[in-house]
Write a protein that binds this ligand. Structure first.
Ligand code: MG
Length: 360
């Protein structure tokens, strides 16, 4: 085990006990509370869970589950406020379907149906709305789900950026699945389903705030085929999956390290990043590991099944560049370390602010 030396280098004082809840010290909501980083954690653990928490919500999973007549259902809900509404590789309508379906998929549930709630701004062109309605229809057909309920509200001009979309997704938990945010085990291999950071970078460039042009297209896609392949190849050796959306792979790994009271080691040189994404991220001073994805998952697989799981994943369209990027360590509990490839190791922490607001 070549990582033993690295583990010893982390001082005792850095160990973060996973059981301690974050507290909310801010007096007002800021953009950072929506970023999926440290402030989001404080908002959820310090304000929302104390008021409405229960055993299911406390798991902080991508979907909650409930038993109904012997069947286990997964339910998830989401809202989409991406700006601009259309971007290279997708649009808000497609994102709303994929984002919701993916929270079911990484919960080990076959996506069945969606609800769709539209908040429209007075003045939005009917053509824009029709384009997004059609994008929802196409993405739903691709993901094999039907929109079975909906709602429409209109707010005054200037009170919303064109449109917001809220969704709820319902799925059937797959009998092969035995996933939990608390199931990460020392020795598990960490897989990522493809190159990271494309979605967030595509949105940033689409806003035209930077004098930068690059051929970057969002990775938005349904993740059920990837989840299905992993469940088939690894069964109960597949311990957990998460779609690496807001806050990117780094935030997903931190949340799960904390939920499972384990450490996670990432080998930076093994993380796949498209050259254009890597170049744009470097110019903007952003680590691609913190950039949002809308069609990428991380999976934790027991070592005996990790080769088969990776091979199965690479057979899935869009996941050809899936990689093993690290492993789960017994300690430091609740923390993610990154091996920079030159014998150096540092902590890959949750982000404090929001460098990329409103990317989903
Ligand atoms: Mg998710």
């Amino acid at each position: 085990m070549g990582h033993d030396d690295g583990r010893r280098r982390v001082p005792e004082m850095l160990r973060a006990p996973g059981a301690v809840r974050a507290r909310l010290h801010d007096e007002h909501i800021t953009m950072a509370h929506g970023a999926g980083g440290r402030s989001s954690q404080a908002l959820i653990e310090g304000l929302l869970l104390p008021a409405i928490g229960n055993e299911t919500l406390e798991r902080l999973a991508d979907a909650g589950t409930l038993e109904l007549g012997g069947a286990e259902l997964a339910v998830t809900t989401d809202s989409f406020v991406v700006r601009p509404l259309r971007f290279p590789g997708g649009s808000i309508g497609e994102l709303a379907v994929n984002g919701t379906v993916n929270d079911l998929a990484v919960s080990g549930a076959l996506p069945l149906a969606l609800t769709l709630s539209l908040v429209l701004e007075e003045g939005l062109s009917a053509e824009s709305l029709r384009a997004e309605a059609e994008a929802v229809g196409r993405a739903a057909a691709r993901a094999g789900v039907e929109v079975i309920a909906g709602d429409t509200k209109v707010v005054e001009h200037g009170r919303a950026d064109g449109m917001y979309i809220c969704t709820t997704g319902i799925g059937a938990v797959d009998p092969r699945s035995d996933l939990s945010t608390a199931a990460l085990t020392a020795g598990d291999r960490v897989l990522v389903s493809g190159p990271v950071g494309a979605h967030g970078m595509a949105i940033m460039l689409a806003r035209g705030e930077f004098e930068l042009e690059a051929p970057i297209v969002s990775d938005t896609a349904t993740l059920w085929p990837a989840a299905d392949a992993l469940l088939g190849a690894a069964g109960t050796d597949l311990h957990c999956m998460r779609d690496a959306t807001r806050g990117g792979v780094a935030s997903a790994l931190n949340e799960l390290a904390r939920a499972s009271d384990v450490g996670v080691l990432v080998r930076e040189t093994d993380v796949p990043v498209e050259p254009a994404v890597a170049a744009a991220a470097e110019l903007l001073g952003i680590d691609p590991l913190y950039v949002a994805n809308e069609g990428r998952l991380v999976a934790f697989v027991a070592p005996g099944s990790s080769r088969a799981a990776l091979a199965a994943l690479r057979e899935v369209a869009g996941c050809e560049q899936a990689c093993e990027i690290g492993e789960v360590l017994g300690e430091p509990s609740g923390m993610v370390l990154i091996d920079t490839g030159f014998g150096g190791q540092r902590v890959l922490d949750l982000l404090a602010g929001d460098p990329l607001p409103r990317i989903c």
